[in-house]
Design a protein around this ligand. Structure first.
Ligand code: PBG
Length: 326
């Protein structure tokens, strides 16, 4: 026999050396949930191990993550009041704006602060935009998204991440940011976001489930992959800096396709339902949590992702530090 593939699997040194995919904690982003108020630290029931923080307590979460080598954060806000037009989302004293200022004041450039730009957590109806007879009005919503993004940039966000799936929002945000001289605020676009049942635990956590209907008229149909390329190319043309695919695990083919077609870094969002599935199965002793987490994280990079947003970001970083993966 001339060819023995098993030689490359002979021992740990050889396997370590021959790994095709390398991971770094520098590519990881941890989502954080911010709540209005003071002194808040409350468990997020649908996302075990995660907490709601207020702008004055969020340092605890940041410090914990820094200890593991994770210094990039994606912020989601829960406002104390909701209305038809999600006014709190662009209030300069809103929960996200306060939290961003607090984090950047304390950590400066030690951390990268990314904000989710969307309206569903802020609107009384739970849709990601402004309603017009029950339909989310695309072009009207763009004005609001631009305002939200600007308020985040003004608070000091390094990067904004629009997750609403309106057409033309990257261009609208880029123009608004540039008009106010935020030329170096990056846009990580949720370019390819499917209408997915994997968002369940997040919607519970963010209290953002739509009060009627669903998000199928703006989020993508999961039968489609060519459409993912179309969305990606559109956002590149509109000035996005990073493209995101979401969810991740059931969409590895899409991550692969997008990363092949795009000249931008590809981020993947391993969403709440993916995290919850592993947690729940592990709790029932059906799988081992740690190796399953490792395997799924690597699979997302192997598919072509350059950046991973995960509720396991700290644990993945620790696995990398230990040399178990990466
Ligand atoms: C807001 C938003 C959602 C997620 C991120 N941003 C929910 C949704 O679109 O309904 C989901 C994240 C997750 O499930 O972890 N539009």
């Amino acid at each position: 026999m001339l060819i023995r593939p098993r030689r490359l699997r002979l021992n740990q040194h050889i396997r370590d050396m021959a790994r095709e995919v390398r991971l770094s904690s520098k590519s990881l982003i941890l989502p954080l949930f911010l709540m209005e108020g003071k002194n808040v630290k409350l468990p997020v029931n649908s996302l075990e191990g995660h907490f709601y923080y207020s702008p004055d307590t969020v340092f605890e979460a940041v410090d914990d993550a820094l200890k593991c080598g994770v210094n990039k954060f994606l912020l989601f806000g829960l406002p104390s009041e909701k209305d038809e037009i999600g006014s709190q989302s662009f209030n300069e004293n809103g929960v996200i704006q306060k939290a961003v200022r607090a984090i950047k004041e304390r950590y400066r450039d030690e951390v990268l602060v990314i904000t989710d730009v969307c309206m569903c957590e802020y609107t009384s109806h739970g849709h990601c935009g402004i309603l017009n007879h029950g339909y989310v009005d695309n072009d009207k919503t763009l004005e609001y998204l631009a305002k939200i993004a600007l308020s985040h940039a003004a608070a000091g966000a390094d990067m904004v991440a629009p997750s609403d799936m309106m057409d033309g929002r990257v261009a609208a945000i880029r123009q608004e940011l540039d008009k106010h001289n935020f030329i170096n605020t990056l846009i990580m676009s949720y370019a390819v976001k499917y209408s997915s049942s994997f968002y369940g635990p997040f919607r519970d956590a963010a209290k953002s489930a739509p009060s009627f209907g669903d998000r199928k008229s703006y989020q993508m149909d999961y039968h489609n992959k060519k459409e993912a390329v179309k969305e990606a190319l559109t956002d590149i043309n509109e000035g996005a800096d990073i493209l995101m695919v979401k969810p991740a695990l059931a969409y590895l083919d899409v991550i692969s396709e997008v990363s092949k077609h795009s000249s931008l870094p590809t981020a993947a969002y391993s969403v709440s339902g993916e995290y919850a599935m592993i947690k729940a199965a592990a709790k029932m002793n059906l799988i081992d949590e740690y190796p399953t987490m490792c395997e799924t994280a690597v699979s997302i990079f192997r598919a072509g992702a350059d950046i991973l947003i995960s509720y396991y970001a700290k644990e993945i970083a620790e696995a990398i530090n230990r040399g178990d993966i990466g």
